[in-house]
Design a protein around this ligand. Sequence first.
Ligand code: SAH
Ligand code: SF4
Length: 360
Amino acid sequence: MTQDTKADIKSLQFDELEKLVERLGEPRYRARQIADWLYQKRVQSFEEMTDLPGGFRVRLAEEFAFGKLNIVRVLGSRDTTRKFLFRLADESLIETVLIPASPALYGSRSDRRTVCVSTQVGCAYGCKFCASGLEGFSRNLQPNEIVDQIIAIERETGEKIDNIVFMGMGEPLANLDNVMRAIRIINAPWGLGTGARHITVSTSGLAPQIRKLADEKLQIRLAISLHGATDEVRNQIMPINRRYNLETLLAACDYYVSNKKQRLTFEYILIENVNDTPEQAKRLGRIARRLGAKVNLIPYNTVHGLPWSRPSPEQQELFLSIVRQNEVAATLRREKGHDIDAACGQLRLQTKREVQSAVS
Ligand code: SAH
Ligand code: SF4
């Protein structure tokens, strides 16, 4: 929520904007004008919508909030991955990552600029390796707070974003309604106009929500954070697996693939001595082949205060080659930005700790 309990104007769908202008006694075309100010001209207040009658602007401001994300910190430079720490209206902190030339994953060409957005403040799922879950869950992000991450980064950098991944802080499928609202705004021609195939949602495995997403019309992409090819391994590092085990998760994936006629991506972070054995690679390869899914191997990014690390480059390559023996399209991220590409949730954690130690 924003400071007050008013809904934010940037959480509305187009038909809701139309209903709103009608209710306020204005002609329908005002909805188009408002959308244009919000998503094309990108003003930051109702006053700036100068082709709307003054009284109407005042009414809008009375009824709706006009949120803005404040940049607290930026890490990285133009040629590298950049991380943005934002403060929301209620002082919560979230982070968003801009990846300049993403690997040709998630339907993107390598010259595309990708933004990795957050969907919640914190995360309730508590995966053992992840910084976002370390301090628990605070709240869901509102649709406007999701859309505004993209708008704020485009404004700050002057760069056009053409690929969006929901892989920042939080579990997108645990905030599915708001995430879908945001996605419709991001995708719509009256909104940000990003093609559905350039939008990827990532989940740690909320099986019932995967089925719900499969019933959505939009052809957005789905990535599953697998990180283990047996219940034994997944149970160790992902508490969600005790609720929806591998069999339940894979059945939901099957449903998704057959409903959507679309390939999934399995994400698999490689953690030394946890999930990096040849046996896991073999099983992962088999699972991916059965579902016709792609595999994206990601060497683990160390999180301050957590005991995990990435396997050696040789071990990573061996794992990749075993997965590929199953004729599966698999890639291994060999990124350089390791220093700042610290996994999502970390910049926030670090800033909070600095603030805490400064006041104590
Ligand atoms: N909650 C969703 C999306 C956010 S996490 C999910 O879990 O899929 C996005 C991805 O980052 C997930 O695949 C997650 O497992 C991964 N991740 C989390 N911590 C990481 C770390 N320290 N190093 C590398 N990847 C990490
Ligand atoms: Fe939450 Fe995803 Fe991190 Fe797990 S990996 S704690 S689901 S953000």
